[in-house]
Design a binder for this molecule. Sequence first.
Ligand code: ADP
Ligand code: MG
Length: 237
Amino acid sequence: REESEINELEQKKLEMANVNPDEIDSFAKFPLSKYTLLGLKHNGFTVPTKVQRQTLVYSLRGMDVVGAAKTGSGKTLAFIIPLLENLYVKKWSSVDGLGALIITPTRELAYQIFEVLKNVGKSHDFSAGLIIGGKDLKYEWNLISGCNILICTPGRLLHHMLENPDFSCEYVQMLVLDEADQCLSMGFAETMNCILEELPEDRQTMLFSATQTRDVKDLIRAGCKNPVFCSVHEFSK
Ligand code: ADP
Ligand code: MG
C-alpha cells in the first residue's frame, strides 16, 4: 500500500468540493484507489449512475449521506465504493477487524450486496461475511470472526452483539442502512435501537432507500450527523 497514493487520493477528495457531480461521466474521474477502479472495470461498470455521482462526491469525503433513488438505480455501488475507499485510506487492513457494517432488511438483499462487494472489492485486501442466520448457523460464528466488512440482517446482528463474546463493533468506522426506511420501520424498531446503541458514535453513516428518509427522529436514531440529502427523481437517469 503506497503512502503517496493515499496522500494523492486525500488531496483529490478535498478538491471534489468544487466539482459538479453531473459532470462526472466516468468512475475514473473520482479519486478512487486503483483496486476499486480495477474492480469496477472488471465488472463492466464505467459510468456512474445519478445516485452514485450525487452521493459519492460527499460520501468519499467521509460525510454522512441520505440517498433516495428508485429500485434499480444503483444504490448498492453508491455505498460499496465509499465503504471500500474509506477503509482503504484509513489504512484498514485485514488484521484490523470489523470496520464497516451494512444492515439490510432481508437475507436476499444481503446475498445480493455480498455478491457486489465480493466482485467489486476483489482486488482489495479486506474480508467480508454475512450475518443473516439460516441453515448454516453453526458456521456463522467462525466465519464472521475477523471479517472487515459484515452484511447483516438486524435480528441476527443483534443476536451476535448480545451472545457472541468474540464479536465486537468497537472499531466500526462506517454504517450503511440499505432500504433504510424498512430498517428503521416499526417492525425493526426495538432491534435497531439496541444495535445503534452498541455502535461507536464517531463513524460515518449512510442511509439508502427508494424513498427519502426525512423524519428527523429516524435520522437522529440512525446517528446521522448533518447528512447530505440526495434525491434522484423517477424521470432522471
Ligand atoms: P438499487 O439498489 O438502487 O435497486 P442496484 O444497486 O441493485 O440498484 O443496481 C441495479 C442494477 O444496476 C444492477 O444490475 C447493477 O449491476 C446495475 N448497475 C449499478 N450501477 C451501475 C453502473 N454504474 N453502470 C452500469 N450498471 C450499473
Ligand atoms: Mg438496493
